[in-house]
Write a protein that binds this ligand. Structure first.
Ligand SMILES: [Fe+2]
Length: 479
């Protein structure tokens, strides 16, 4: 079966990654199929909205000004709207026509001195606050999240900015993740503080202004996009894509390009007690890189941790737009790797659960995060028979058996599949997946709703415009 060809791939790049989002709203989006009666709420998704600024294209998928997308689903009907995320970084682009702050892999056209006042130095006035990666409800606030600690609170009804939250005040310079973990009333996040001595710190960001729950000194901090959590422990994994912090002070190149891949250093894993903040165990393993943790739990004297891992960090290079515009681009295969971390012997046993390519992995987080009986993870994927081009399918992986199944359609490029359980759901496949799909055949996008058990389509809501290919979102019942 044909998954893609170069025509689809070229069109995907032009529609999904080489343009700026058209901002509009539309009531009663045409729906094909029947949306389940019980699926009432709002699907929010964050991601790039503007990749071309002034007369230049930004360098990397992660550089863009952000846009929020909202699908309100009520009684089988769908309303859609989108909006650029209002922040100083976005305002600067609108006012000056060019980047005002350094982004992930693109710097403003400014002096080196100005560049110093940017990405990771939030105590200085010129920091970026571009939260384009994820959305989360933290306490009573709806937050757009990025990798710098200034994150934007927005109104979920209008998507308008309410204010800026700085959950970790007073640090000299730091960076965070867009993937907090939730546990009852807590929302935990990892913060990397850069300085003469750098630190990995964990904060409860639901309680701004609090002290760190854990603090680990580190000479060469790694680029970290997420972390793990069990009921009793935090887990920090650091692959050897590291930066010497003093180089950030001189800032001769964009943020991520200050990091170097040092496989000779291997990877480091810290297991930290949530209650005391003390390191329970430290592990060194062969090098690996990951953006996303999938799940983790305790089992006897072991921690079991599933992550979406790669052999190295070359995936970051492949996400440069100059790479993605090549029709025959070959993305590295991320796979689910299971780490068994023995807290007594301090030995880590690692196995690949499935050979299926996966990225943007999701689980039934609210019910199965930290639980040993979780069975399924869902993500975007590549056809196992066709390794070229961008993610062209949704994959479901049974993490107990390694079996996998796919949804695909010729010319379609689905985004992150978000799981939401049915009302009487008895397992983590008993529900639906929601994914925004870019269809190069119609040159538009649609909201796809899949039956997570069968991976068959239930319904789709078609838009009259393509949506720039994004990152993360979530479904929130009854806003
Ligand atoms: Fe992410």
């Amino acid at each position: 079966m044909e998954f893609r060809n170069s025509i689809h791939s070229n069109l995907f790049f032009e529609l999904g990654l080489n343009r700026n989002q058209k901002i509009y709203s539309l009531n009663n989006v045409p729906v094909h199929g029947k949306i389940p009666d019980w699926l009432n709420g709002t699907f929010l998704r964050n991601g790039p909205g503007m990749l071309n600024i002034k007369n230049r294209r930004l360098n990397h998928w992660f550089d863009a000004m952000g846009a929020l997308h909202k699908f309100d689903i009520r009684d089988g009907k769908v309303d859609y709207s989108c909006r650029f995320i209002e922040c100083d970084s976005y305002d600067g682009v609108i006012e000056s026509g060019d980047l005002k702050f350094s982004e992930f892999a693109t710097d403003p056209c400014k002096s080196i001195f100005k560049k110093v006042q940017s990405y990771v130095f939030p105590s200085l006035p010129n920091m970026t606050d571009n939260p384009k990666i994820n959305v989360a409800r933290i306490g009573e606030k709806w937050m757009a999240l990025g990798e710098t600690p200034m994150q934007v609170e927005f109104d979920p009804k209008t998507l308008k900015k309410i204010g800026v939250s700085e959950p970790v005040p007073g640090a000299f310079s730091y960076k965070t993740t867009a993937h907090p973990h939730f546990d009852k009333e807590h929302a935990y996040n990892l913060v990397v503080k850069f300085g003469m001595i750098s630190y990995y710190k964990i904060y409860d960001v639901a309680k701004p202004g609090g002290k760190p729950l854990a603090s680990i000194p580190i000479k060469k901090p790694a680029y970290i996009h997420g972390f793990g959590m069990t009921k009793k422990y935090f887990i920090i994994t650091a692959g050897p894509l590291v930066v010497v912090p003093i180089e950030l002070l001189f800032w001769k190149r964009p943020y991520i390009e200050n990091h170097k891949w040092r496989p000779q250093d291997g990877a480091s894993i810290w297991v930290i007690e949530k209650e005391s903040g003390k390191v329970k165990a430290y592990f060194e393993t062969d090098p690996f890189f990951c953006f996303h943790h999938v799940n983790a739990w305790e089992e006897g004297n072991e921690i079991i941790m599933d992550i979406n891992a790669y052999d190295d960090a070359s995936i970051i290079q492949k996400y440069y737009l100059r790479e993605l515009e090549q029709p025959d681009v070959e993305l590295p295969f991320g796979t689910i790797r299971r780490f068994r971390l023995n807290l007594s012997t301090k030995k880590a046993d690692i196995q690949i659960i499935s050979n299926a390519c996966i990225e943007l992995p999701r689980i039934d987080y609210n019910r199965y995060n930290t639980e040993s009986n979780y069975r399924f993870t869902y993500g975007v994927s590549l056809n196992p028979n066709e390794r070229k081009g961008f993610y062209n399918s949704v994959v479901k992986i049974n993490v107990q058996t390694g079996e996998n199944s796919y949804w695909f359609e010729t010319g379609c490029y689905p985004g992150e599949p978000v799981f939401y359980p049915s009302p009487k759901s008895k397992s983590d496949q008993d529900g639906v997946l929601l994914s925004i799909v870019l269809d190069t055949k119609t040159q538009n996008s649609f909201l796809l709703i899949l039956d997570a058990t069968t991976m068959n389509e239930i319904a789709r809501a078609g838009l009259p415009e393509p949506i720039v290919y994004g990152f993360h979102g979530d479904f929130f019942p009854a806003i």
